[in-house]
Design a protein around this ligand. Sequence first.
Ligand SMILES: [Ca+2]
Ligand SMILES: [Ca+2]
Ligand SMILES: [Ca+2]
Length: 308
Amino acid sequence: MIPFISIPKASLAEELTPSLMKFHTLALALAFVSYTGAHCASVSAPSTEWTALQGDYDYLSDQQTGLPDSDIVGQGEDYGLFVTHNDFGSESDTDGTFGFRIRLDAPGGNKNEAKFTKAAWLGIDADFNDTIDVFIGVNLSGAKTDLGIFVPGAGNNDTPTSTSVSTTAYKTYEIGPSNYNYRPVDYKTDGGTTNDLNPGTKGEPDYYLSVLVDFSDIVAYLSAMEIEVTDQSAMRFVSATSRQGNKLNQDIGGIRGDENAGVSWSASGALTETVTANGIAVVPEPGAGTILMLGSVILMLRRRRQGT
Ligand SMILES: [Ca+2]
Ligand SMILES: [Ca+2]
Ligand SMILES: [Ca+2]
C-alpha cells in the first residue's frame, strides 16, 4: 500500500517547521518511486530496461585473484548490479523470469572470442535474517556449463566467509540466448558515462554478464525452506564472482577486497537496499509513531492559531 500523506493548507503549512516540510517532500518522492510500473527486459536488453541497484556499487581492481574479467565494477551512474523481473502480463505474482546483470572490468576468454570462464552469483536474503537463502547464477569454470538456482552450502551463510554455494544445483536450465548473455557495455544505449571504468587494466571495455531463471522455481525452493515470496516481496541481494563453483573467492559487490569478510552480511556493506524482485525500492509504511507525531504537531498548531 502506498503511504498517503495529506498536504496541509497553505496557511498552516507556513507554520510548519522546515524539517516537517522536508518529511512531506521525502514521503511523496518515495511513494512515487514505489509506484512506478513494472519493467520487462530480455537478457541482452539495454541496461536502461533493467533496474540498477546502488550507485557506487563496487571498487575497481579489488578482486582477489588479479583477474579483471572477474572484477565487479560500478561507480556512479555506471552501475555495477541490475536485476529484472518480467511477468509477461501474467496476473500470477509468482511466475515470469527473474535475473541479474553484473558489470565486470574486462572480457574473459581470448582476443578472438570474449568468453566468461568463471562463476557469478546473486545471493538472496529473502527473510531478512542476514543469511543467504538461495543463489542464482552461472558456473562456466573448467568444463562446467551450469546455469540455474543453487542451494547455499553447509556453513552458516551469514558472513561472506561462512557463505558458500552447494555443488549440487537445485535447478539448472540449458544455457541459451534467452537466459544468458555476455556482452560489452555500450553506454550510449545502456546509460552511464563510459564503457571502461578502469582504463588502467586492459584497455578493453567493461562487460555485462546477465542471467535469467524462472521466478516460480525460486518461489518453490524458498517455499520448501518455509520462506514465502511473490514478485512484490521485499528482499536483499549480494553479488559475487568465483573461480570455482562453490566459493565466493574472487569479488563480492559492495566490499573492498576481503575487508569485512568475517562480519555479518548486513554489517559488511555487501547487501543491497531492500527491493522487490524487479528492483523497485520497497518503502516501509509510515510507522504509528510518525503518524502520531504528525497528528500532534498539526493539532498543536491549530490550537495555537485558534488561541491568537
Ligand atoms: Ca570490484
Ligand atoms: Ca535469509
Ligand atoms: Ca568487491
